[in-house]
Design a protein around this ligand. Sequence first.
Ligand SMILES: C[S@@+](CC[C@H](N)C(=O)[O-])C[C@H]1O[C@@H](n2cnc3c(N)ncnc32)[C@H](O)[C@@H]1O
Length: 269
Amino acid sequence: MTAPGGPVTGTGGPDTGTPGAPGGSGCTGDCSGTGFFDLLGETYDSYRPPDAARTRQEVDLLAAACARPVGTAVDLMCGQGRHSLELARRGWRVTAVDRVAGLLGLLGERARAQGLGDLVDIVRADAFEFRHTGRADLVALLGNSFGFAADRAACAGLLNALTAATAADGLLAVEVFDPVRRADRHLWSKRFPGGSLTKRRHWDPVGSTEHMRVDLAGTGPTRSTCYRQYTPPAEEFVALAGGAGWRARPAAAWPSNDSTLFLLRREAP
Ligand SMILES: C[S@@+](CC[C@H](N)C(=O)[O-])C[C@H]1O[C@@H](n2cnc3c(N)ncnc32)[C@H](O)[C@@H]1O
Protein backbone atom coordinates (compact mmCIF):
# COMPACT_ATOMS: atom_id res chain seq x y z
CA MET A 1 0.00 0.00 0.00
CA THR A 2 1.29 3.47 -0.81
CA ALA A 3 0.07 6.62 0.83
CA PRO A 4 -0.20 9.71 -1.35
CA GLY A 5 3.27 11.14 -1.75
CA GLY A 6 5.29 8.47 -0.02
CA PRO A 7 5.72 4.88 1.12
CA VAL A 8 4.07 3.31 4.13
CA THR A 9 6.27 1.28 6.42
CA GLY A 10 5.50 -2.21 7.57
CA THR A 11 3.45 -2.86 10.67
CA GLY A 12 5.14 -1.73 13.83
CA GLY A 13 8.09 -0.14 12.05
CA PRO A 14 9.29 3.39 12.50
CA ASP A 15 7.61 6.34 10.89
CA THR A 16 9.11 6.94 7.48
CA GLY A 17 9.98 10.55 6.87
CA THR A 18 10.28 11.41 3.22
CA PRO A 19 11.36 14.59 1.55
CA GLY A 20 8.70 16.35 -0.42
CA ALA A 21 7.17 19.68 -1.18
CA PRO A 22 5.99 21.34 2.03
CA GLY A 23 2.73 22.48 0.46
CA GLY A 24 0.03 24.24 2.46
CA SER A 25 -0.69 23.51 6.07
CA GLY A 26 -3.89 21.56 5.34
CA CYS A 27 -5.19 22.78 8.69
CA THR A 28 -8.40 21.06 9.77
CA GLY A 29 -9.35 23.75 12.28
CA ASP A 30 -8.17 24.14 15.83
CA CYS A 31 -4.66 22.75 15.91
CA SER A 32 -3.63 24.29 19.19
CA GLY A 33 -4.79 21.41 21.39
CA THR A 34 -3.93 17.75 21.65
CA GLY A 35 -6.48 16.45 19.14
CA PHE A 36 -3.87 14.10 17.71
CA PHE A 37 -3.63 12.07 20.90
CA ASP A 38 -7.39 12.19 21.40
CA LEU A 39 -7.83 10.92 17.85
CA LEU A 40 -5.39 8.07 18.34
CA GLY A 41 -6.69 7.29 21.82
CA GLU A 42 -5.61 3.84 22.91
CA THR A 43 -4.37 3.00 19.42
CA TYR A 44 -1.38 5.25 20.29
CA ASP A 45 0.10 2.18 21.95
CA SER A 46 -0.17 0.25 18.66
CA TYR A 47 1.02 3.20 16.62
CA ARG A 48 4.03 3.65 18.84
CA PRO A 49 4.51 0.44 20.83
CA PRO A 50 6.97 0.76 23.69
CA ASP A 51 10.34 -0.46 22.43
CA ALA A 52 12.20 -1.84 25.47
CA ALA A 53 15.70 -1.73 23.92
CA ARG A 54 15.23 1.81 22.64
CA THR A 55 13.78 2.94 25.98
CA ARG A 56 16.74 1.45 27.87
CA GLN A 57 19.10 3.26 25.50
CA GLU A 58 17.27 6.54 26.09
CA VAL A 59 17.26 6.12 29.88
CA ASP A 60 20.98 5.22 29.76
CA LEU A 61 21.58 8.55 27.99
CA LEU A 62 19.36 10.36 30.45
CA ALA A 63 21.14 8.81 33.45
CA ALA A 64 24.56 9.64 32.00
CA ALA A 65 23.50 13.24 31.37
CA CYS A 66 22.08 13.67 34.87
CA ALA A 67 25.01 11.91 36.57
CA ARG A 68 23.29 11.66 39.95
CA PRO A 69 21.98 8.94 42.23
CA VAL A 70 18.41 7.76 41.88
CA GLY A 71 15.76 9.91 43.53
CA THR A 72 12.33 11.25 42.64
CA ALA A 73 11.28 11.97 39.08
CA VAL A 74 8.30 13.37 37.21
CA ASP A 75 7.74 11.92 33.75
CA LEU A 76 5.64 14.71 32.31
CA MET A 77 3.45 13.86 29.28
CA CYS A 78 4.53 10.27 29.85
CA GLY A 79 2.31 8.59 27.25
CA GLN A 80 2.15 4.88 28.01
CA GLY A 81 4.97 5.50 30.49
CA ARG A 82 7.85 3.57 28.97
CA HIS A 83 10.42 5.89 30.58
CA SER A 84 8.55 5.85 33.90
CA LEU A 85 8.78 2.06 34.03
CA GLU A 86 12.45 1.99 33.09
CA LEU A 87 13.30 4.67 35.66
CA ALA A 88 11.35 2.77 38.32
CA ARG A 89 13.18 -0.41 37.38
CA ARG A 90 16.39 1.47 38.18
CA GLY A 91 15.07 2.56 41.58
CA TRP A 92 13.56 5.99 40.87
CA ARG A 93 10.23 6.92 42.44
CA VAL A 94 8.27 8.30 39.52
CA THR A 95 5.20 10.49 39.18
CA ALA A 96 3.86 9.79 35.69
CA VAL A 97 1.61 12.49 34.24
CA ASP A 98 -0.48 12.51 31.08
CA ARG A 99 -3.93 13.64 30.06
CA VAL A 100 -4.97 10.51 28.16
CA ALA A 101 -6.66 8.05 30.51
CA GLY A 102 -6.25 5.03 28.22
CA LEU A 103 -2.47 5.42 28.11
CA LEU A 104 -2.27 5.82 31.87
CA GLY A 105 -4.42 2.69 32.24
CA LEU A 106 -1.88 0.73 30.21
CA LEU A 107 0.92 2.13 32.32
CA GLY A 108 -0.86 1.07 35.51
CA GLU A 109 -1.34 -2.47 34.22
CA ARG A 110 2.29 -2.74 33.17
CA ALA A 111 3.59 -1.28 36.43
CA ARG A 112 1.60 -3.83 38.44
CA ALA A 113 2.57 -6.73 36.16
CA GLN A 114 6.25 -5.80 36.50
CA GLY A 115 6.07 -5.38 40.29
CA LEU A 116 6.73 -1.63 39.99
CA GLY A 117 3.33 -0.41 41.15
CA ASP A 118 4.69 1.04 44.40
CA LEU A 119 7.30 3.09 42.58
CA VAL A 120 5.03 4.67 39.95
CA ASP A 121 2.43 7.21 40.98
CA ILE A 122 0.06 7.86 38.09
CA VAL A 123 -1.60 11.25 37.70
CA ARG A 124 -4.08 12.20 35.02
CA ALA A 125 -3.64 15.91 34.41
CA ASP A 126 -3.00 18.54 31.82
CA ALA A 127 0.72 19.26 31.93
CA PHE A 128 0.07 23.00 31.86
CA GLU A 129 -2.13 22.83 34.92
CA PHE A 130 -0.29 20.08 36.81
CA ARG A 131 1.17 21.26 40.11
CA HIS A 132 3.48 18.73 41.69
CA THR A 133 2.98 18.31 45.42
CA GLY A 134 6.64 17.39 45.94
CA ARG A 135 9.99 18.70 44.77
CA ALA A 136 11.37 16.29 42.21
CA ASP A 137 15.06 15.63 41.63
CA LEU A 138 14.32 15.24 37.93
CA VAL A 139 11.52 16.26 35.61
CA ALA A 140 11.70 14.53 32.23
CA LEU A 141 9.90 15.76 29.13
CA LEU A 142 10.73 13.15 26.53
CA GLY A 143 9.34 12.21 23.13
CA ASN A 144 9.31 15.88 22.18
CA SER A 145 6.38 16.29 24.57
CA PHE A 146 7.75 19.74 25.31
CA GLY A 147 6.94 20.83 21.76
CA PHE A 148 3.25 20.18 22.34
CA ALA A 149 3.12 23.41 24.27
CA ALA A 150 2.89 24.58 20.65
CA ASP A 151 4.39 28.04 20.94
CA ARG A 152 7.15 29.98 22.68
CA ALA A 153 4.96 31.64 25.27
CA ALA A 154 3.36 28.37 26.40
CA CYS A 155 6.76 26.63 26.52
CA ALA A 156 8.22 29.46 28.58
CA GLY A 157 5.22 29.25 30.91
CA LEU A 158 5.75 25.51 31.33
CA LEU A 159 9.46 25.94 32.13
CA ASN A 160 8.55 28.62 34.64
CA ALA A 161 5.95 26.43 36.32
CA LEU A 162 8.42 23.56 36.61
CA THR A 163 10.62 25.63 38.90
CA ALA A 164 8.11 24.96 41.67
CA ALA A 165 8.02 21.23 40.87
CA THR A 166 11.75 20.64 41.29
CA ALA A 167 14.18 20.57 44.19
CA ALA A 168 16.63 23.50 44.37
CA ASP A 169 19.28 21.37 42.67
CA GLY A 170 16.70 19.54 40.56
CA LEU A 171 17.15 18.96 36.85
CA LEU A 172 14.92 19.19 33.85
CA ALA A 173 15.66 16.84 30.97
CA VAL A 174 13.94 18.00 27.81
CA GLU A 175 14.02 16.33 24.40
CA VAL A 176 13.64 18.96 21.70
CA PHE A 177 13.26 18.36 17.99
CA ASP A 178 16.06 19.79 15.87
CA PRO A 179 14.56 21.95 13.10
CA VAL A 180 17.69 21.61 10.97
CA ARG A 181 17.59 17.81 10.95
CA ARG A 182 13.86 17.88 10.23
CA ALA A 183 14.09 20.58 7.57
CA ASP A 184 13.50 18.45 4.51
CA ARG A 185 11.07 15.94 5.99
CA HIS A 186 7.50 16.73 5.11
CA LEU A 187 5.67 13.44 5.00
CA TRP A 188 5.52 10.56 7.46
CA SER A 189 3.44 7.44 6.94
CA LYS A 190 3.02 4.35 9.03
CA ARG A 191 0.82 1.29 9.19
CA PHE A 192 0.14 -0.30 12.54
CA PRO A 193 -2.35 -2.81 13.94
CA GLY A 194 -5.73 -1.09 13.69
CA GLY A 195 -4.93 1.51 11.07
CA SER A 196 -2.52 3.67 9.17
CA LEU A 197 -1.48 7.22 9.73
CA THR A 198 -0.07 9.95 7.53
CA LYS A 199 1.42 13.17 8.83
CA ARG A 200 2.22 16.15 6.64
CA ARG A 201 4.49 18.82 8.04
CA HIS A 202 4.24 22.50 7.30
CA TRP A 203 7.06 24.60 8.78
CA ASP A 204 6.53 28.08 10.19
CA PRO A 205 10.03 29.58 10.53
CA VAL A 206 8.76 32.72 12.24
CA GLY A 207 7.23 30.84 15.15
CA SER A 208 9.76 27.93 14.97
CA THR A 209 6.68 25.76 14.83
CA GLU A 210 5.79 22.62 12.91
CA HIS A 211 2.21 22.34 11.85
CA MET A 212 1.21 18.70 11.36
CA ARG A 213 -1.82 17.65 9.38
CA VAL A 214 -2.75 14.09 10.41
CA ASP A 215 -4.93 11.59 8.54
CA LEU A 216 -5.81 8.41 10.42
CA ALA A 217 -7.32 5.54 8.48
CA GLY A 218 -8.81 2.61 10.35
CA THR A 219 -11.81 0.40 9.90
CA GLY A 220 -14.14 3.40 9.35
CA PRO A 221 -13.70 6.54 7.27
CA THR A 222 -10.42 8.43 7.41
CA ARG A 223 -10.35 10.99 10.22
CA SER A 224 -8.16 14.07 10.26
CA THR A 225 -6.73 16.44 12.77
CA CYS A 226 -3.89 18.90 13.19
CA TYR A 227 -1.40 19.75 15.84
CA ARG A 228 1.44 22.18 16.27
CA GLN A 229 4.75 21.60 17.97
CA TYR A 230 7.27 24.21 18.95
CA THR A 231 10.62 23.17 17.43
CA PRO A 232 13.18 25.81 18.32
CA PRO A 233 16.80 25.96 17.16
CA ALA A 234 19.20 25.13 20.02
CA GLU A 235 20.16 28.73 20.71
CA GLU A 236 16.50 29.79 20.84
CA PHE A 237 15.69 27.00 23.31
CA VAL A 238 18.67 27.94 25.50
CA ALA A 239 17.54 31.59 25.52
CA LEU A 240 13.95 30.63 26.30
CA ALA A 241 15.09 28.43 29.21
CA GLY A 242 17.34 31.24 30.46
CA GLY A 243 14.35 33.59 30.51
CA ALA A 244 12.53 31.09 32.73
CA GLY A 245 15.50 30.84 35.12
CA TRP A 246 17.09 27.66 33.74
CA ARG A 247 20.61 27.19 32.37
CA ALA A 248 20.25 24.75 29.48
CA ARG A 249 22.92 22.81 27.64
CA PRO A 250 22.65 20.16 24.96
CA ALA A 251 23.52 16.90 26.74
CA ALA A 252 23.02 14.13 24.17
CA ALA A 253 22.01 13.49 20.60
CA TRP A 254 18.84 11.45 20.96
CA PRO A 255 18.45 8.05 19.23
CA SER A 256 15.62 9.39 17.06
CA ASN A 257 18.34 11.28 15.12
CA ASP A 258 16.21 14.38 14.86
CA SER A 259 16.19 15.61 18.42
CA THR A 260 18.54 16.63 21.19
CA LEU A 261 18.33 16.03 24.92
CA PHE A 262 18.84 19.28 26.84
CA LEU A 263 19.69 19.28 30.52
CA LEU A 264 18.51 22.28 32.52
CA ARG A 265 19.74 23.45 35.93
CA ARG A 266 18.54 26.42 37.93
CA GLU A 267 20.41 29.62 37.24
CA ALA A 268 22.28 30.67 40.38
CA PRO A 269 20.12 33.29 42.17
C1 LIG B 1 4.82 12.01 21.67
S1 LIG B 1 4.03 11.41 23.13
C2 LIG B 1 5.44 11.09 24.14
C3 LIG B 1 5.16 10.11 25.23
C4 LIG B 1 6.38 9.75 26.09
N1 LIG B 1 6.95 10.90 26.73
C5 LIG B 1 7.41 9.00 25.27
O1 LIG B 1 8.46 9.57 24.97
O2 LIG B 1 7.14 7.85 24.94
C6 LIG B 1 3.35 12.87 23.80
C7 LIG B 1 2.42 12.65 25.00
O3 LIG B 1 2.09 13.92 25.53
C8 LIG B 1 0.77 13.87 26.00
N2 LIG B 1 0.28 15.23 26.05
C9 LIG B 1 0.22 16.12 25.03
N3 LIG B 1 -0.24 17.29 25.49
C10 LIG B 1 -0.48 17.13 26.81
C11 LIG B 1 -0.97 18.00 27.83
N4 LIG B 1 -1.32 19.25 27.56
N5 LIG B 1 -1.04 17.53 29.09
C12 LIG B 1 -0.70 16.25 29.38
N6 LIG B 1 -0.26 15.37 28.45
C13 LIG B 1 -0.15 15.82 27.18
C14 LIG B 1 0.03 13.01 25.02
O4 LIG B 1 -1.14 12.45 25.60
C15 LIG B 1 1.11 11.96 24.71
O5 LIG B 1 0.96 10.86 25.55
